[in-house]
Design a binder for this molecule. Structure first.
Ligand SMILES: CC(=O)N[C@H]1[C@@H](OP(=O)(O)OP(=O)(O)OC[C@H]2O[C@@H](n3ccc(=O)[nH]c3=O)[C@H](O)[C@@H]2O)O[C@H](CO)[C@@H](O)[C@@H]1O[C@H](C)C(=O)N[C@@H](C)C(=O)N[C@H](CCC(=O)O)C(=O)O
Ligand SMILES: Nc1ncnc2c1ncn2[C@@H]1O[C@H](COP(=O)(O)OP(=O)(O)OP(=O)(O)O)[C@@H](O)[C@H]1O
Ligand SMILES: N[C@H](CCC[C@H](N)C(=O)O)C(=O)O
Ligand SMILES: [Mg+2]
Length: 471
């Protein structure tokens, strides 16, 4: 593709690709130079040009010698829009989910519902790029803009027509998905996370709202979890854009959750839609999965799904990896669940889900990630201490922080907890103490296949380790 075609100018250079890291620039690339959290990408412009960049998207004040300077005050957004023109076409039905918790569960459920309706569907998020028969990790929930757009275009070339992706707050603030037309967006909830990056809850919320104020196409739809305290604010932002609003939840208008009854391996839901009552046996436990299922159904209906068929399909949803995944039943008879809860609100949701099924003790293993929001650690300890009978504090992903210091911050909220540094030993101890009427919850890492210690990613999968320790 000629550079002029992309910029609307006369440049005749041929564009071969896009890169935002100078070490990935090849001949004919367009380089995006962004000021980042660690370094300033503008410091690598000369190196990128030496590596063959034909144009550089950068702030007007950046120095660009020897390549076309595509100047823009918001280089990340400008770069994304250019890259989108280069990589297009994309799956014609793309939806995005944002919220502190529930994004992965919701995009996976949406993908499954679309597949059950006969569509060739995929998802991009924490679990990676997922199609009906394949899953490739990208390392992030919302991958960098080049990875995201090139993967979305690759899916379209494979015949994928329906794509559901997670719009993380980092992803939205860094314009990682800009340029890909989004026909519907969903809001699950907002609670404390990532304040190390956004600073305040207001800033965190405002970044997420960009999905509704900027990203969704005109005439698009907004699916809103009506039971979140901020639902009305989200609805106001969507309505200002003239988006079709589908609110779901006990206070939802499009899908009203009338009742929810836990059953042995899931829950019975009564949902009112278009004046009719629908009974659904959801094969997943926990109020939070009922919430995500309704948001997913809302997205499928917002993009053309028939109401009754979509709600009926909820009964055939498969569990989402690492979200209240039952890893094993111990010899004593105690089930062990693995969950991804790593924020106070998530932990409360996961423990509440299991409390309904525990007649004996609830034994909970928690930890907290390093190089992440420190302010959520003590509250997580406090929630576990208040809601569980036994709390074991262990390592999650310490990353660049001192693991003992992270555990101490969690212990501040749960003074009576037991501290076991080794995650493997902590899982072994929980299994050893669990009796026939008890339940064990291992929270924080879910599907993750590694434990990040410093720059190392040590192989570690909660489910596999649990099965080893229970054998
Ligand atoms: C804090 C954060 O989000 N950082 C992400 C961000 O980095 P950045 O823009 O701050 O970049 P930087 O490292 O300061 O470098 C600045 C620029 O110089 C470039 N560079 C840098 C070095 C060099 O030698 N040459 C070069 O060109 C970089 O490519 C970059 O464009 O952009 C990078 C490229 O997209 C991401 O890899 C990186 O994710 C880091 C690794 C990360 O850990 N992110 C986590 C926090 C994250 O994004 N999590 C969210 C949230 C998940 C959830 O919802 O809970 C996610 O979506 O996964
Ligand atoms: N709707 C919800 N309300 C409250 N908690 C939830 C909800 N959905 C999921 N959770 C909790 O949050 C955890 C993470 O769920 P999920 O992976 O779907 O969220 P996410 O938004 O993708 O998270 P991340 O931002 O880390 O990618 C779950 O394991 C559960 O404990
Ligand atoms: N077990 C992980 C969960 C969060 C990972 C992801 N949501 C992010 O913040 O990058 C941790 O806390 O280290
Ligand atoms: Mg996720």
């Amino acid at each position: 593709m000629k550079l002029g075609t992309l910029t609307g100018g006369q440049e005749t250079a041929t564009v071969s690709g896009f890169a935002i890291d100078h070490r990935k620039v090849a001949d004919g690339c367009i380089f995006g130079a962004f000021e980042g959290a660690r370094v300033n990408g503008e410091d690598y412009i000369a190196a990128a040009i030496a590596a063959g960049a034909v144009a550089v998207v950068a702030r007007p004040e950046a120095v660009v010698d020897g390549a076309v300077h595509i100047a823009d005050a918001n280089p990340r957004a400008a770069f994304a829009r250019l890259a989108a023109r280069f990589f297009a076409p994309f799956p014609e039905v793309a939806v995005a989910v944002t919220g502190t918790n529930g994004k992965t569960s919701t995009v996976e459920m949406t993908r499954q519902l679309w597949r059950m309706a006969g569509h060739h569907a995929a998802s991009i998020g924490t679990l990676g790029v997922t199609t009906g028969d394949d899953r490739v990790s990208t390392g992030l929930t919302t991958p960098d803009v080049v990875t995201f757009l090139s993967n979305a275009a690759g899916l379209a070339r494979e015949g994928v027509t329906h794509l559901a992706f997670e719009a993380s707050s980092h992803g939205l603030s860094q314009y990682r998905t800009e340029g890909l037309p989004v026909v519907a967006a969903a809001f699950t909830n907002l609670s404390r996370d990532h304040l190390d990056y956004h600073g305040t809850m207001e800033a965190y919320f405002d970044v997420k709202m960009r999905l509704f104020s900027d990203v969704v196409v005109d005439g698009g739809a907004a699916v809103i979890w009506a039971d979140d305290p901020l639902a009305a604010d989200v609805e106001g932002i969507a309505a200002k854009r003239g988006l079709r609003v589908l609110s779901v939840g006990t206070r939802g208008e499009a899908l009203r959750l009338v009742s929810r009854e836990p059953t042995l391996l899931g829950q019975g839901l009564v949902i009112e839609a278009e004046g009719k009552s629908h009974t659904v046996n959801l094969p997943l436990i926990g109020a939070y999965q009922a919430a995500n299922a309704l948001v997913s159904a809302g997205l499928v209906i917002a993009t053309g799904g028939e109401v009754a068929a979509t709600l009926a399909a909820l009964a055939r949803l498969q569990p989402v990896r690492g979200r209240l995944e039952r890893a094993v039943i111990c010899r004593s008879g105690a089930p062990v669940y693995v969950d991804y809860a790593h924020t106070p609100d998530a932990l409360e949701a996961a423990i509440s889900a299991l409390q309904a099924h525990a007649s004996g003790k609830l034994i909970v293993i928690i930890g907290a990630g390093g190089d992440r929001d420190q302010g959520k650690r003590a509250p997580m300890g406090a929630i576990a201490a208040a809601m569980a009978d036994v709390v074991i504090v262990t390592d999650d992903n310490p990353r660049g922080e001192d693991a003992a210091a992270i555990r101490a911050m969690v212990m501040e909220g749960a003074p009576g907890a037991t501290e076991i540094a080794s995650r493997r030993e902590a899982i072994g101890a929980a299994i050893a103490m669990a009796g026939p009427t008890d339940i064990v919850l291992i929270a924080g890492k879910g599907h993750e296949q590694g434990q990040i210690v410093g720059d190392l990613v040590l192989p570690f999968d909660d489910v596999s380790v649990t099965r080893e320790m229970a054998a």
